[in-house]
Design a binder for this molecule. Structure first.
Ligand SMILES: *Cc1c(COP(=O)(O)O)cnc(C)c1O
Length: 359
């Protein structure tokens, strides 16, 4: 069996130990005589899985008691609508920072539901940096201010969070979920799809301050109403049962490694190996402003389109797959989420150095 190093932006790699565990439990989960895929979400055995996943989130991310942890289907993109429907209930105004394609999609969706202002943008330089937002720029009575924390396509991350005063800060953390410790109390709401850092596609996790729930706009679909989902333990309807089970295994894996401090050390090591190489390379370069560089998505380019294509082709043949950059950016991108082993990045850099020497 030959497994590749998968640098996909998502869905992405999962640890082999988890895949083996899932395989071993496939036909008979803990003596239940069934697979997790087959069992009722109302059964005691399934409740053991979903509640354990929720409790592990709280423990690992240190989620304060005044926040709910909710599980949804529909991807991060459904929350582009879910967030305004649930939160635009005061002034009906919100501020958005445009730092890439996903932030822009969220902004375009929110415009359907209220008065939305672009408070900052980095579009002028193709989203290669994180803009500054002074507190004076924030709409004083806005229902929330929205950022996309880690910009998957461009390889940038917010390091200094905007100071928003009483305006709740909302962040899409899809591509940096549980990649390092995070102070949840600085946010009104954080959310993300699981398929980058914490499991397979199909599960979206929303962590929301309790006082922000319960005032959804009247037309909000019931399954997207945060209060309804909270009152029903995320099981108002059938949850993405198997994805939650896989996510639970991933949370146990993170805990086993030593939690978020240990994960951060690993992730920092991986990204440093790549950025250090790019900074010393005569061929490859990274276009992002240094202090805004993402630890999760590392973009890079060779001097010509021919070299980019040749690199991607040869890398794929050598077992380093999905290194092609997003079509809106070009070049290459290595997504090195939680499950990517350090060895995968070391081998990639060796391969890049050899490619550089030969070309
Ligand atoms: C992948 C991604 C999304 C889209 O997620 P879906 O689950 O496909 O809707 C949104 N935001 C960010 C930051 C992402 O990386």
């Amino acid at each position: 069996m030959a497994r590749v190093y998968n640098f996909s932006a998502g869905p992405s790699m999962l640890p082999e130990s988890i895949l083996n565990r899932a395989a071993a439990e496939m036909l008979d989960y803990e003596g239940s005589g069934q697979s997790v895929m087959e069992m009722s979400h109302r059964s005691k055995v399934y409740e053991g899985i979903i509640f354990a996943a929720r409790d592990l989130f709280r423990k690992i991310l240190n989620v304060p008691e005044d926040y709910e942890i909710l599980f949804f289907q529909g991807g991060a993109s459904l929350q582009f609508a879910g967030i305004p429907m649930n939160l635009l209930n005061g002034s009906g105004k919100a501020d958005y920072a445009l730092t890439g394609q996903f932030a822009t999609k969220a902004y375009n969706e929110a415009k359907k539901y209220g008065e939305i202002k672009v408070v900052a943008s980095s579009k002028d330089k193709n989203f290669t940096y994180i803009p500054k937002i002074a507190q004076a720029q924030v709409t004083p009575n806005a229902d929330y201010l929205y950022i996309c924390m880690n910009n998957t396509i461009y390889g940038t991350i917010w390091r200094d969070l905007p100071q928003t005063g009483n305006v709740p800060l909302v962040a899409d953390i899809s591509s940096c979920f549980l990649s390092e410790p995070m102070d949840v109390s600085q946010f009104g709401l954080i959310y993300g799809g699981a398929q980058k850092n914490i499991g397979p596609a199909g599960l979206t996790v929303v962590i929301v301050r309790k006082d922000l729930m319960g005032k959804a706009l009247p037309y909000t679909p019931t399954v997207m109403d945060y209060k309804v989902m909270a009152d029903n333990d995320s099981m108002y309807n059938t949850p993405p049962c198997y994805a939650i089970y896989m996510c639970k295994l991933m949370l146990e894996w993170i805990e086993g490694i030593g939690g978020l401090e240990a994960i951060k050390a690993r992730n920092l090591k991986k990204s440093s190996i790549l950025y250090d190489f790019l900074d010393s390379s005569q061929m490859f370069g990274n276009p992002v402003v240094k202090e805004d560089r993402s630890m999760m998505n590392v973009t890079f380019v060779a001097p010509t389109e021919e070299l980019n294509e040749k690199f991607i082709k040869e890398a794929t043949a050598a077992g380093f797959v999905n290194l092609k950059g997003h079509r809106s950016v070009g070049g290459m991108r290595a997504s090195i989420y939680n499950a990517m082993p350090i060895e995968g990045v070391e081998k990639l850099v060796d391969f890049m150095a050899t490619f550089e020497r030969r070309n």
